[in-house]
Write a protein that binds this ligand. Structure first.
Ligand code: WQD
Length: 334
């Protein structure tokens, strides 16, 4: 198939591009390079043997997207592109609603106009809000107690996709709810490399280990969890990429929703210990107050994806840490 990846030079998009190219798909990437680097294209080529056709286009550039779709003849779109900094979304809500929701509407108008009816959407566990329980399943009501505009945009886009499918039964839409992506490609050539100051635990741990950030600030150790620190479902980005491959093989009319997680939780201190084990070095940290909006413990029930897509996460946190150390070594030598 000819597959368009919006946001495809980003962390998850680039790993997914590799898996799709390895299976013989023609992959094209559209990205504005706001939070990724053009050099990723050469690394995808080095790993997978083919360089995706690239379109430097922003989700808000309706004319640019229309021209790309007119030439593209796409069979399927995987929509990764979007702003994803939770904290920034609280400070700049309109920027997030315009870019993520408005930009997705622009994209969907193109898919409708050019008859591209297979869509995979990069959603997030954040749409569950606070369910009052740790284990999350797809049939839970979403959109309740979401604590930030970023999460709201993901929820709104899910609702828009459901309405689009309702209006046009030819649409085949799959929503993938990611838990906490971590790790890097085993080649060491690509990994999480956000522009600017990161928000998520792993890229911060990476910058502490390289000395760019003095120490990790652990947001609270007084939660009702295994060791008091927050517990999340950390999934290796290569497993996540393979989840997209499994999903596009099973597209069907209407909207299908799947959790992409391991089904296992790990605490911040357990992640620190795993990184120290992989790096052989102590990681400096300080426990500070809780971060607003954080929940104590959340992890996926991934059984639906296993049952319906035949997909299950196979890599471990230790694999993710070893691959991250390897990636950092490559970054240092670049
Ligand atoms: C993980 C744990 C923090 C940073 C967010 C988004 C979600 C998805 C993944 C995009 C928590 C703790 C973190 C730090 C810390 N993003 N932490 N010190 O909040 O689970 O999810 O990223 O789709 O949508 O909501 O991820 O990595 O920010 O935090 O102690 O400097 O690490 O408290 O327990 P989170 P995270």
């Amino acid at each position: 198939m000819i597959i368009l990846l919006t946001g495809g030079t980003g962390y998850i998009g680039s790993h997914t591009a590799i898996e799709l190219i390895k299976l013989g798909h023609d992959v094209e990437i559209m990205d504005n390079l706001f939070n990724s680097k053009i050099e990723v294209l050469d690394k995808i080529e080095k790993i997978a043997g083919e360089k995706p056709k690239f379109h430097k286009i922003d989700l808000l550039d309706k004319d640019g997207m229309d021209k790309m779709f007119a030439e593209g003849k796409y069979d399927l779109v995987i929509h990764f592109a979007g702003l994803k900094a939770v904290g920034e979304s609280v400070e700049k809500p309109l920027k997030y609603y315009e870019n993520n929701v408005g930009g997705t509407i622009n994209l969907l108008e193109c898919t409708k106009k050019y008859d591209v009816k297979k869509i995979v959407f990069s959603s997030s566990a954040t749409v569950y809000g606070d369910q009052g329980v740790a284990e999350l399943t797809e049939e839970m009501q979403t959109g309740v107690g979401i604590t930030n505009p970023y999460g709201e945009t993901k929820h709104m886009i899910e609702e828009i996709l459901k309405d689009v499918a309702e209006a046009d039964p030819e649409f085949e839409i799959t929503i993938l709810r990611y838990f906490n992506p971590v790790g890097s490609h085993p080649s060491g050539l690509i990994g999480e490399d956000p522009n600017g100051i990161p928000n998520n635990l792993m890229p911060i741990i990476m910058k502490v280990s390289t000395g760019e950030i003095e120490k990790l600030r652990i947001f609270g150790d007084d939660y009702d969890t295994v060791d008091g620190t927050g517990v999340r479902d950390y999934i290796h980005v290569v497993d996540l990429a393979k989840g997209h491959v499994a999903a596009i093989k099973k597209m069907k009319q209407g909207v299908s929703i799947y959790n992409l997680g391991t089904g296992r939780g790990a605490s911040v201190l357990e992640m620190v210990a795993a990184f120290e084990k992989a790096s052989g070095k102590k990681l400096p940290y300080e426990v500070v107050g809780r971060r607003a909006g954080d929940l104590a413990e959340i992890y996926a029930n991934p059984s639906k994806a296993e049952r319906e897509l035949g997909w299950k996460a196979e890599l471990t946190i230790d694999d993710a840490m070893n691959d991250t150390i390897n990636y950092l070594k490559h970054l240092k030598n670049e």
